[in-house]
Ligand binder design. Structure first.
Ligand code: PLP
Length: 377
């Protein structure tokens, strides 16, 4: 096949990135600190209204240090969504904590407040709750925050997929005690790899920076009272981030338009439902997804194969964490009282569609035609 590949979500560069990277080289700030790092933190904080930010080597590192700050240690339970990428929960295990997987709810595919309530009945004293805004759709934050406050348990917002999404007019990532963003290659903006820890508390961002730079005590000689990490973002990488941030709103508008086109194209097909949005929010539509109606004989595999035959990338929904071999010993609390899992159902019937900022009108038509073809005849 000589036609170019259509991607799920690939990096989209604009040129300004190179200007900031060049600046880093020209001034020899080729190090995990420097003017781009400081400016990227300030610019992201100003954009999201998060207060304070600490630029790190990945979103996973940001989750890890958020849990460090909350004092997660051996045997502590941490509630985390079941339907997410494994990076949301791996850092719990880095600290020897125990993830408890909370099922999704059908309205937004995010952490179910009903399941969360039930988890608190079973485990009244988790160390933290992590919520995720899956594929950019804000979770039911009001309900989730009310439950966390009632139990005096801090909320960490994994907003890795939802940079630019808002809930009731405020940016996701800024609701929890701590929030995190990711700039991995496939995210809405990318630095090739990177992440950000954010908080309204300046001391928290400072402590994260301390941990991320080997936890060095303020002394001339190298002295350490705590275990540190090498998690700081490079000044070269931060330059890419500064250039990308200038185009975040544009990427969001494009991804929302992609979602709208899929929705419109499948509106006449009762066999297809799009991934849900939250009416209380404005999603960045990082990835558009669809589910096949119950009882329909077409499978996600059939659609992914048909797309692949046209050199079009697609992907299954995240496989729920409670189905992962590595987490077989962890508890799972389902949305429904009878134990049926919403996440399993979405995983079985859903898939993620190409949502690349560079998708052309022609690309969209080909994707839509290919998917519709799977349901004909
Ligand atoms: C991408 C992602 C992460 C991890 O971010 P990295 O920067 O790749 O470490 C965490 N959580 C979710 C939900 C993600 O999609």
């Amino acid at each position: 096949m000589d036609r170019k590949r259509i991607y799920l979500s690939s990096p989209t560069m604009h040129g300004e990135e190179q200007k900031y990277v060049q600046e880093a080289f020209d001034t020899n700030w080729v190090a995990p600190l420097g003017p781009n790092v400081n400016a990227f933190e300030k610019e992201l904080a100003a954009y999201t209204g998060c207060g304070h930010a600490a630029a790190l080597s990945s979103g996973t590192a940001a989750i890890h240090l958020a849990l460090k700050l909350l004092g997660v240690k051996r045997g502590d339970k941490v509630f985390v969504p079941d339907l997410t990428f494994s990076a949301s929960c791996n850092p719990i295990v880095y600290e020897n904590g125990e993830p408890v997987f909370i099922d999704a709810e059908p309205d937004t595919w995010n952490m179910s407040p009903e399941a969360l309530r039930r988890a608190f009945e079973k485990y009244p004293h988790p160390k933290a709750v992590i919520c995720v805004h899956l594929y950019g759709t804000p979770a039911k934050l009001e309900e989730i925050m009310a439950i966390c406050e009632e139990h005096h348990v801090p909320l960490v917002e994994d907003a890795a997929e939802s940079l630019g999404s808002t809930y009731k007019g405020r940016h996701t990532g800024t609701f929890g005690k701590y929030g995190i963003y990711s700039f991995n290659g496939n995210k809405i903006i990318t630095t090739s790899g990177g992440g950000m820890f954010v908080s309204a508390e300046e001391a928290a961002a400072r402590k994260v920076t301390f941990y991320a730079t080997q936890a060095r005590d303020p002394a001339r000689h190298y002295q350490h009272s705590e275990i540190g990490y090498n998690y700081r973002m490079s000044n070269v990488v931060a330059g890419i981030g500064r250039g990308q941030l200038l185009h975040l709103e544009e990427h969001k508008a494009k991804k929302k338009e992609i979602y709208r086109q899929y929705q419109e194209a499948f509106a006449d097909m009762p066999e297809i439902m799009m991934n849900p949005l939250n009416p209380e929010g404005d999603a960045n539509c990082w990835l558009s997804g669809m589910v096949i109606a119950e009882g329909c004989s077409v499978t996600p595999d059939k659609i992914m194969d048909a797309l692949e035959a046209e050199n079009i990338e697609s992907r299954p929904i995240w496989k729920p964490m409670h189905l992962q071999p590595v987490f077989a010993d962890c508890d799972f609390v389902s949305h429904y009282a009878d134990g049926t899992s919403v996440g399993e159902d979405v995983f079985a019937r859903g898939l993620c569609l190409p949502s690349d900022v560079k998708n052309t009108q022609e690309d969209m038509e080909l994707i839509i035609r290919t998917i519709r073809g799977c349901f004909e005849g």
